[in-house]
Structures are given as C-alpha cells and as structure tokens.
Design a protein around this ligand. Sequence first.
Ligand SMILES: [Zn+2]
Length: 202
Amino acid sequence: MAKEEPQRTCISCRKSIEKSKLLRFVLAPDGTVVPDLMNKLPGRGAYTCLTSDCIRQACERKQFSRAFRTEVPVVDPEMIQQRIVSSMEDRIASYLALANKAGKVVSGSDMVAEIIRKKTSVKKYVLLAADISEDIGKKIRGLAEQHQVRYATFFTKDRFGELLGKGLRSVVAIQGDGFVDTMNKEIERYRNFLRGEGCTYE
Ligand SMILES: [Zn+2]
C-alpha cells in the first residue's frame, strides 16, 4: 500500500486534505505573505485550498495572522492570485524546459504531426501556442483528437521558442509517461484555478 501522505487543514474552510493538494503560504522575511507553489520556502507554512474562494476568505478574515500567530499586513487577494497564476506558468515552463533537456520534446507542426500519428504506447501531450495560425491550429487539434492525444493551448510562439532555445514555435509535443502526467496535472490545476473550481485535481 502506498504510504499515506500527510494532511493539512485549509485555514479558510478547515477541510483536512493531502498536503500536496493544498497551497502553501509562508511569511517572507519582510513579514508579507507569499504563496509557495514549489513547497520550497523555509519557515512555518499555512495552507489553503487552491481555490479563489478559500484564498479570498483567508485574506479577508485575517486567517493568515491567526495561522502565523502574528499580525501580518493586509493581503490583497487579487495580487496573491496573480502571483499564483504566474508561479503556475513558471512551473509549467520549467517542466517543459526540463522535458526538452531530456530530449522528450519535439516542435514545429510537421514534427508534431508525425509524433501524433506515430503508433507507440508512450504517452504524448501537445501544446499549441495561443497565437498559432488558424490553419495549423485546426490541423493539429484535428489530428490530436483523431489519435486521442491530449492537447492544450498555452503560452505563445515566442515563449515556446525561448524555452526551447529556438526560434518561434507554434506547437510542441512532449513524450514520455512521467513528463506527460506531470504536464497534464499542472495544466489541469492551472485551468481549474482560473475557472475558480475545486481544489482536487488528481
Ligand atoms: Zn479550503
């Protein structure tokens, strides 16, 4: 049996769930509350569900002051949420760069189309740039649907190029079960957060 993951309680709704499904906050040295998406920052942590409702409540009801047992400056929920969204984007970017370093990313519409068509048991995931041309976008989405390959629209051609160390790229494909599962989970979590949906994403 898998080892049970430690649980933490959301400071807003008081639900107790697995630590990895919650969002961790810490107090920065300057005494402000910062979200810690990578679970890396030192110090005592306070947790909320990854939903705007719970984050907003924590800010408005001064739950952070209570959790950190010290008076913390007023936290602007909008600002915190923006920081969370950009941290999530950074995380997705770093996974893409990591997969690329491991040789698990191909880019460009012809290469990606080939990967989608290829018969293999290895999982694949396709990312389309938000500014992809209509024709190429339609073609890649159609192929992905036909071959039951998951895809998402994310980033821009420019950002893909920058992350992969190449020129503009309108579409990329990631291969390999581990990378695909992680990417899928991260993107789902990002989408759920933007939609204001629930905290469970696994
Ligand atoms: Zn909650």
